[in-house]
Design a protein around this ligand. Structure first.
Ligand SMILES: Cc1cc2nc3c(=O)[nH]c(=O)nc-3n(C[C@H](O)[C@H](O)[C@H](O)COP(=O)(O)OP(=O)(O)OC[C@H]3O[C@@H](n4cnc5c(N)ncnc54)[C@H](O)[C@@H]3O)c2cc1C
Length: 363
């Protein structure tokens, strides 16, 4: 049995790993030049031992599927640093004030960065079955199976498959790939209207020689409704001397419309106000705008903003399509923890189980 998996994010790799472990031949086609999708851990040139999670940063205790997977690969986690006071920024004209944040469910960081999970999964799949820079554009079906068309280094390639898993955010799976025969109208509508979780997120990173704010009794957590960065956290590694702050720019942040240079300058002023003069002395500044990432969000205009966490796992996306051979994977399709890492693992496993069951029946 041949299974083609479109998308080498956490969900696609979970499916590929489980099928490969069970003796099914898998081919993973990934459009980017790296695996992981929304998971991206960057090692800055100036401090290459410090992993920065440009994508997801946290797992929680109630996320049993991702925690189980991490345990299987002996990947450690450590608690998010929370000791000390939070800072509320009152804008440029008034001094910030400190506050005790309300208690919430403890969050954990992944030792070495979230990319470690991706790397461990990928290491279990033979290299020659993973194709990077391979953008899938078309999936064609007949009674014998499916053919997946992709473009790699300017060349068109075709892969025959008994089953195909499209492990992409659903709206992207609808806009970037043509299906022949076409998918049912109600399924397409459900795909188009499924919001890509964190697809509009914009994150900035500041790396320091030490987490100096801790000495002043600050946790590094900060909130601002007035300036460029709206939410900040201490994401220093627990076993390294360096200090790392990351910040989210909200959807309406003024910083989104600034040039990168203007933005960095404004952020420098903001963090100085919130954490003290040392905050200007960072050794690395980095940023990512996920809404500009073609293989996450398609096009900037295609982003559908939503408030809060949407209800994922649309029933219309659960069952296989194209004669029972095409499965929709990806976290947003998951009926459990949709949008999160946990959902990616849950749906990835669920799809693998369905294909293994089908293989048993067919044999
Ligand atoms: C900034 C940010 C912060 C987040 N924070 C958290 C957090 O703290 N905790 C948490 O649990 N979750 C968080 N998330 C969500 C989490 O990252 C996702 O749930 C998870 O990574 C989704 O995995 P996936 O495999 O379903 O999708 P993706 O990671 O989007 O994978 C899809 C893959 O398909 C590839 N692809 C796209 N188009 C094609 C094509 N045409 N052909 C071939 N390949 C293609 C993409 O390049 C990508 O690799 C965050 C996400 C972001 C962006």
């Amino acid at each position: 049995m041949q299974v083609v998996i479109v998308g080498g994010g956490l969900s696609g790799l979970t499916t590929a790993y489980k099928l490969h472990q069970n003796g099914i031949h898998v081919t993973v086609l990934e459009a980017r030049r790296r695996l992981g999708g929304r998971i991206q851990t960057v090692l800055p040139e100036s401090r290459p031992t410090t992993p920065l999670d440009f994508g997801p940063a946290w797992v929680w205790d109630d996320q049993i599927h991702i925690n189980k997977l991490m345990k299987r690969f002996h990947i450690k986690r450590f608690p998010q640093y929370k000791q000390g006071m939070s800072v509320y920024d009152n804008g440029a004209r008034r001094a910030p004030h400190q506050f005790v944040p309300p208690p919430n469910m403890p969050a954990y960081r992944v030792d070495g960065g979230v990319q470690t999970i991706v790397d461990r999964l990928a290491a279990k799949i033979p290299d020659n079955q993973i194709y990077l820079k391979s953008e899938v554009t078309r999936i064609t079906g007949d009674q014998d199976g499916l053919t997946v068309q992709s473009t790699r280094n300017g060349k068109t390639e075709f892969f025959d498959a008994d089953s195909v898993v499209v492990a992409l955010p659903p709206s992207l799976a609808d806009t970037l790939i043509t299906y022949d025969p076409t998918l049912p109208v109600d399924v397409r509508r459900a795909m188009q209207t499924t919001h890509t979780w964190m697809g509009q997120a914009m994150k900035i990173f500041l790396v320091y020689d030490s987490p100096f704010w801790r000495k002043s009794g600050l946790s590094g957590h900060g909130i601002s409704h007035y300036d460029v960065v709206n939410e900040l956290h201490d994401v220093s590694s627990d076993n390294l001397p360096f200090g790392v702050l990351f910040g989210f720019l909200g959807n309406n942040s003024v910083g989104r419309n600034m040039s990168p240079e203007e933005r960095e300058e404004a952020i420098k002023e903001q963090v100085k106000r919130m954490y003290g003069w040392q905050a200007r002395d960072y050794v690395y500044y980095g940023e990512i705008n996920w809404s500009r990432e073609h293989y996450t969000s398609g096009s900037y205009r295609a982003i559908k903003l939503s408030s809060g966490h949407p209800q994922y796992g649309d029933p219309l996306l659960q069952n296989p399509l194209m004669n029972g051979r095409l499965y929709l994977g990806g976290s947003e399709v998951s009926t459990v923890s949709g949008g999160y890492l946990d959902g990616a693992v849950y749906r990835g496993t669920e799809v693998a189980d369905a294909i293994l069951e089908k293989a048993k029946v067919d044999s």
